[in-house]
Design a protein around this ligand. Structure first.
Ligand code: CDT
Length: 318
């Protein structure tokens, strides 16, 4: 018999700088209620879901900067979301800015927490691929994530939720094949992703029309090549003057988009994920034991470098 887990990608519209944590948490609870009503068993919220995407600014005031981070999850202002998970019996993954204490040193990570249907924390992921710069260049609106976060140090952990193996990943991570590869080699059956992607990056304005294509392309490829379900939630819309793409979606191990958000506002997309599709897709294309050729990959690695006609001649058939 097939096994299923019903997934919800809970996209949010913009979270303006003026919004209080309590207001934002109320919005997230409302989305979780909508997800539960649609039959969802596990929901994903965006990257940095509790605040505006503050790395768009070169902030200087340490107290102001600290206000964007969570020192404790759940804390007094976020506890109602964890209570809602328990009340609704729906787990969630939540992106947030993490201020961690490590051997007397304060460390900042762009993190995502997985919470069970009982409202208890299951585990955490810290974003590995931190894009952008540390310093704003004059005349260039730079994506400044490296000013605020260090690369994650937890690797690519996989956690169990209702017996299903769940991996987490954050925004820029979704563009890297390594993310899906590592999570799936670690056993993930579902990858949950949160993101904030500007429509226009001043470093690459000519690619603005490709932003949605480049959003879905790596997630569909990652799902297909690793035979995994992907659920991805955007923070979308015009946030503090910067437009963020939507396109939240649920992607099958076939690489097909099974459900897609249509707005750039608060929206829930739901799909009942058939977990047996993972094995079916593996058997067709990626049965490692039968089809993988690690010895041949080793040869290719040795040959990498200046083009060598003697190496090429090995491949000749005549
Ligand atoms: N938040 C995040 O990682 N955003 C990046 C865009 C900036 S790349 C300089 C993304 O991959 O969508």
């Amino acid at each position: 018999m097939n096994r299923y887990l019903t997934l919800a990608a809970c996209q949010t519209g913009p979270v303006q700088r003026s919004a209080s944590r309590s207001e934002t948490v109320e919005r997230l609870i409302h989305l979780l209620e909508r997800a539960a009503k649609a039959g969802a068993e596990l929901a994903v919220f965006p990257e940095l879901a509790l605040t505006t995407f503050f790395p768009r600014w070169a902030l200087e005031d340490p107290r102001e900067i600290e206000g964007f981070y969570e020192q404790q999850l759940p804390g007094p202002l976020t506890q109602p979301l964890y209570d809602a998970a328990r009340r609704l019996k729906v787990g969630f993954a939540l992106g947030f800015a993490e201020l961690a204490e490590d051997q007397g040193r304060r460390r900042r990570f762009n993190s995502m927490e997985l919470v069970g249907a009982d409202g208890a924390t299951i585990g955490r992921y810290r974003k590995v691929h931190i894009p952008g710069s540390e310093r704003a260049e004059v005349g260039v609106t730079t994506h400044l994530e490296r000013r605020y976060f260090e690369p994650g140090n937890l690797g690519f952990p996989v956690y169990r939720y209702r017996g299903v193996r769940i991996g987490l990943s954050i925004c820029s991570d979704r563009r890297w094949p390594e993310t899906y590869r590592m999570l799936c080699l670690n056993g993930a059956q579902i990858v949950l992703i949160g993101y904030n992607t500007p429509v226009v990056l001043d470093e690459a304005p000519a690619q603005a029309h490709l932003r949605m294509f480049h959003n879905h392309l790596p997630m569909q490829a990652g799902a297909y090549q690793n035979t995994v379900w992907v659920a991805a939630a955007a923070k979308a819309g015009l946030e503090d003057g910067q437009a963020l793409i939507g396109g939240s979606c649920i992607i099958a191990p076939t690489g097909e988009i099974a459900a897609l958000a249509l707005s750039v506002d608060d929206e829930v997309v739901v799909h009942r994920a058939d977990l047996d599709l993972i094995g079916a897709c593996q058997r067709v294309n990626f049965d490692f034991a039968r089809y993988r050729r690690p010895a041949e990959y080793g040869l290719i690695a040795q040959r990498a470098g200046p083009l060598d006609s003697s190496a090429l001649s090995h491949g000749k058939t005549s």
